[in-house]
Design a protein around this ligand. Structure first.
Ligand code: NAP
Ligand code: G4F
Length: 336
């Protein structure tokens, strides 16, 4: 019988960490999650998995904690999902973002190199690294031009991963993932802000929704689909980096139109543009060319954009409405 593999996930309390933990448990892995100390319980997204997970305290800012956890659990696979991941915050906290999202990767790679050099390592790189992209769609060879401290920090994390692969012959991969969303997405990101806003407006808990740049375009997919690609990258013969995305692009305005239409409302009656949500430098357009992931990993997304938006709005309607009747619009057939 094959030995049960151990996976360590940093960022297990985040959106992707929760879906990846679910997926790896389903595949029969022993799953260990790195969790940092907090004055409140940050484990809401993994509550349903708690009995099947092992959690270890550690922080991407503290190298000794990373080494201790690797020494203790000796993982076969390490998924580095921990980051200060919100672009807007990176303009307010550029140094902290660099410490966690950039240097945190080196701290973890050094610990891997010392404690478990044969472990396979996944780095959560981002389409934000393309930023003001020179070409569309973006593939692995498209030049990078990040437009935020977050994008710059991710680019450092990306290259240090490549460097450890080339310098020390570690099995390290970067997944350059385009935006992926779900009902577990943080409320500050635009998709979830909109799905939650629609639910609050439908139930009379708000009268409007303030947003920033409605013309920005993103390649939005479903987080549950993307964690399959992370795992597949660590099962190849040779390590390499892959772009992962749907290949379709939509504006924030398209997203609003679809989300409000799902409950029979017109977004133009509720959405107001508030310059507070503009960014000092914007990424106008992202669109993935994920041909390599499709061909070499056999990866493809299952849920399309409309399905994703409906899933998210339905989840927020159920969460906000508790089965009540909306005061505006209609309740779609989906949620009870
Ligand atoms: P997320 O929901 O914001 O989760 C981030 C995770 O990092 C949380 O578990 C957080 O812990 C943890 N973390 C933050 N600072 C830490 C520290 N100092 N030490 C240890 N853990 C720390 O992000 P996500 O959407 O799941 O994304 C996962 C990763 O993929 C991130 O690296 C993100 O930058 C990258 N990425 C995301 C997307 C996307 O569209 N979602 C696209 C490309 C790349 P707490 O719960 O304690 O805050
Ligand atoms: O949802 P967002 O905040 O995501 P963003 O900046 O694209 O970053 C996300 O995706 C990256 C992958 O490309 C990840 F690496 C990163 O960790 C994160 O998960 O904003 C999307 C777009 C932006 O152009 C923003 O300006 O929506 C625009 N937007 C317009 N109004 C808004 C708002 N964004 C937010 N968060 N809030 C608004 O009110």
């Amino acid at each position: 019988m094959e030995r049960m593999k151990t996976a360590l996930i940093t960022g297990i309390t985040g959106q992707d960490g929760s879906y990846l933990a679910e997926y790896l448990l389903q595949l029969g892995y022993r799953v260990v999650g790195l969790v940092r100390r907090s004055s409140t319980e940050p484990t809401e997204r993994i509550e349903h998995l708690r009995a099947r997970l092992e959690l270890a305290q550690g922080d991407m800012l503290d190298p000794s904690s990373l080494l201790r956890v690797l020494d203790q659990f000796l993982p076969d696979e390490v998924y580095n999902l921990a980051a200060q991941s919100f672009v807007q915050t990176s303009f307010l906290e550029p140094v902290h973002t660099g410490e966690v999202t950039a240097l945190g990767v080196t701290r973890l790679l050094e610990a891997v190199r010392r404690a478990v050099p044969r472990a396979r390592f996944y780095q959560a790189s981002s389409s934000e690294m393309f930023g003001q992209a020179a070409a569309s769609p973006q593939r692995e060879s498209t030049p990078f031009h990040p437009r935020s401290p977050y994008g710059v920090a991710k680019l450092y994390g990306h290259w240090i991963t490549v460097n450890y692969r080339e310098s020390y012959n570690l099995y390290c991969c970067s997944g350059i993932l385009f935006n992926h969303e779900s009902p577990r997405r943080g409320l500050e990101f635009v998709t979830r802000k909109i799905s939650d806003g629609v639910a609050r407006i439908a139930f009379g808990q708000a009268d409007s929704l303030a947003l920033g740049n409605l013309d920005a375009r993103r390649d939005w997919g479903y987080a549950g689909d993307y964690v399959r690609a992370m795992h597949a990258m660590l099962q190849q013969k040779e390590p390499r980096d892959y772009v992962v995305g749907t290949g379709t692009t939509h504006s924030v305005r398209d997203l609003c139109a679809l989300a409000f239409r799902h409950v029979g409302l017109d977004y133009r009656d509720f959405v107001v543009v508030d310059p507070r949500y503009y960014r000092p430098a914007e990424v106008d357009l992202l669109q993935a060319d994920a041909s390599a992931a499709r061909e070499e990993l056999g990866w493809k997304p299952e849920l399309d954009f409309a399905g994703l938006v409906e899933l998210m709005v339905d989840a927020d309607l159920a969460r906000r409405g508790h089965g009540a009747r909306p005061v505006r619009g209609i309740l779609p057939a989906g949620p009870a």
